[in-house]
Ligand binder design. Sequence first.
Ligand code: CUA
Length: 157
Amino acid sequence: MHKLEKIWLGLGMFSLVFFLIIIGIGAFHSGHQPAASGREYIDPELVDKDARFKEPGLKKVEGKDYDYELYIVAQAFLYSPQEVEIPKGAKVKISGTTKDVVHGFGVAGTNINMMLEPGHISTYTTTFDQPGEYLTVCNEYCGTGHTDMSTMIKVVE
Ligand code: CUA
C-alpha cells in the first residue's frame, strides 16, 4: 500500500472513532435521551392496570389548561384506541406509552411526532383546529408489522 494511502486511511479511522466518542459522550454521558418531552415513568408490564392507560382514549377534563386528555397505548403492532374523534378546536394533552418496544407516534400533516419508549410516558399538548382525518403512524422501526401500525385521529365539527 502506498504510504500516503496509509496515512489517509489512518486519519479516516481516527476521525471516525473521534466522532463516535463525541456522540457517545454527548448522548449518554450527559444523560440526554430522546423524547425528553415527558419525564413521567410507568412500568411497561403494568400499563393495562394503570388507571390512566387501562382504558385508552379521549377524556374530558376540567380545571386544566387543556380541554381533553388523550391516552395512547402502543404495542407491536397496533395502537389503542384504533380510532379517536376529537372535537374541532379542542386543546388536547396527548400522553403515550408502549407495552413492549420503542414505537413512534407521528400524526401526518401536523408537527406531532413522539417517540414512545417502554417505561416512559411521552406527552404533547396541542390544539386541533383543522377538521379532517389524520393518519397516525409508527415511525420507529419496531418489527415485521411496523408498516401496518397506524391509528386514525378524526377532528370533527
Ligand atoms: Cu411500532 Cu414501528
